[in-house]
Design a binder for this molecule. Structure first.
Ligand SMILES: [Zn+2]
Length: 464
């Protein structure tokens, strides 16, 4: 896995004073305040509770001997740290659509919509404002590119669920770089209207990539890269399956490519990077999926920081849109050994549960979990789990996700890996926000979600 290298890349590392000394120098801080941001990289780990950030850092340190990039930015005093209130217009607990719209449109709207308020009022999304100001715009995500978080920066839609409609809207005023999942919303065989949106994008001078090889071969111009039908596979499943690994880029690779394609634009670029499946894993209480995807997001933070440190004209914002499920490492005698079992994980709970059918047996369930997690559960536990499959029907070769015993499996795993969960849904916690580079002095210690919209415009001196 890629590790951060910004210390070894700086002259300061050799001088032995560290970046801490540099960033806390009053002169440098002043210079940074005066400078305008040419670029913005906005990184959002979707649905990242504080426990997720903590556990990914602890896991990475105990496994690789190096902590996470994000928390090292705190440890080394490299960034400004703030808390942000993410409430929506309709609820103290936001969904991703209202959350992204609060940053994207500068207004709190009810949950479920994309920059559309009560009464149908539409707010102009921020990537459109930047596009008008002459900047290149981009999105890179591990979920469909038409999903709530990228859409909130790019477009308007009464409902987040109209992903086929959102894909079409990207044609008119969409970002220059579009990377992630969601073939179902572009491919003529999946779209209800039968329209081939890939052809439409090609007619607008986009280059289309559907696998990693094609992505690697594109080195200039606009790109639509869509690498799976819906979300991309979880990182943990990707790491252990060479067949899919060769076709699907990581979030860090997509971030790297997006920056590369836009960095030389004379008027700068703005890029949103989303670790979207952190949220999906939290909904499913799937510890392996959650933490390996959070670490993959952290790799993308490393890529963004490496660029920003060299470029010196890029405002980097690292945050989440809401907590989800509030997981944590639970006290107990064996907690260290239990938590370290995560090092050996080979597959997600999604992989475990999707692969069991009513025709299998209790022993098969135990073997599958032993393979994925490296520990054997008891016969009783396996029996409990297997009972859920009686009467379950598969649709299109896949189970209805909601009917699978994700909660049950995570309760069983809890005594083996010592990770507990408060729920399977979003939480109303104030969220972490780290910022680096020109303009970060505009971000106070505690802000409202909508403030970020205006801060991004002010930092770049874009007048709208
Ligand atoms: Zn969610």
């Amino acid at each position: 896995m890629k590790r951060r290298n910004f210390f070894k890349n700086t002259a300061l590392a050799g001088a032995g004073i560290g970046v801490l000394g540099a960033c806390s120098s009053p002169q440098l801080a002043l210079q940074q305040e005066k400078k305008k941001a040419k670029n913005i990289i906005f990184l959002v780990s979707d649905g990242m509770s504080n426990g997720t950030l903590t556990m990914a850092d602890t896991l990475r340190y105990r496994k690789d001997g190096k902590a996470s990039v994000w928390l090292d930015l705190y440890r080394d005093n490299m960034v400004k740290r703030s808390l942000m209130d993410m409430a929506s217009a309709s609820s103290i607990v936001t969904d991703s659509a209202a959350a992204s719209s609060s940053w994207g449109g500068g207004h709190r709207i009810p949950n479920g919509g994309i920059n559309v308020d009560r009464g149908g009022v539409e707010y102009t999304p921020i990537w459109q404002k930047f596009k008008r100001a002459g900047k290149k715009t981009g999105i890179a995500t591990t979920v469909p590119v038409t999903h709530a978080t990228p859409a909130g920066f790019c477009t308007n839609s009464r409902t987040r669920n109209d992903q086929a409609g959102i894909a079409k809207k990207y044609l008119d005023h969409g970002p220059d770089v579009i990377l992630g999942g969601g073939q179902n919303y572009f491919d003529s065989s999946h779209r209800k209207d039968g329209r081939d949106l890939y052809a439409d994008f090609e007619n607008k001078a986009y280059q289309v990539a559907k696998n990693k090889k094609q992505l690697n071969s594109i080195n200039r111009g606009n790109i639509l890269g869509v690498f799976d039908n819906e979300g991309l596979p979880y990182t943990l499943d990707l790491m252990n399956n060479k067949d899919i690994e060769k076709d699907i880029p990581t979030l860090a690779e997509m971030t790297q490519k997006a920056i590369y394609l836009m960095k030389d634009h004379s008027r700068g670029f703005v890029l949103q990077v989303e670790g979207g499946k952190v949220d999906w894993a939290a909904h499913a209480n799937d510890a392996g999926a959650l933490l390996y995807d959070q670490m993959a997001f952290d790799d993308a933070v490393g890529v963004a920081m490496d660029f920003a440190l060299q470029d010196e004209e890029t405002l980097v914002i690292i945050t989440t849109d809401h907590g989800n499920a509030n997981p944590g490492i639970l006290y107990g005698k064996e907690v260290n050994e239990n938590f370290d079992r995560l090092h050996q994980f080979k597959a997600t709970n999604d992989w475990i549960l999707q692969g069991i059918t009513p025709n299998d047996n209790v022993e098969f369930v135990r073997e599958r979990i032993a393979f994925a997690n490296g520990f054997g559960i008891t016969k009783e536990e396996a029996k409990d789990l297997f009972n859920y499959y009686k009467g379950l029907e598969k649709e299109d070769g896949l189970y209805n996700y909601k009917n699978l015993p994700f909660k049950k499996l995570s309760r069983i795993q809890e005594s083996y890996h010592s990770i507990g969960w408060a729920s399977g849904n979003h939480t109303g916690d104030f969220v972490e926000l780290a910022s680096f580079g020109p303009g970060n002095h505009l971000i106070d210690g505690f802000i409202r979600n909508t403030d970020l919209h205006y801060i991004m415009l002010k930092a770049t001196e874009v007048i709208v």
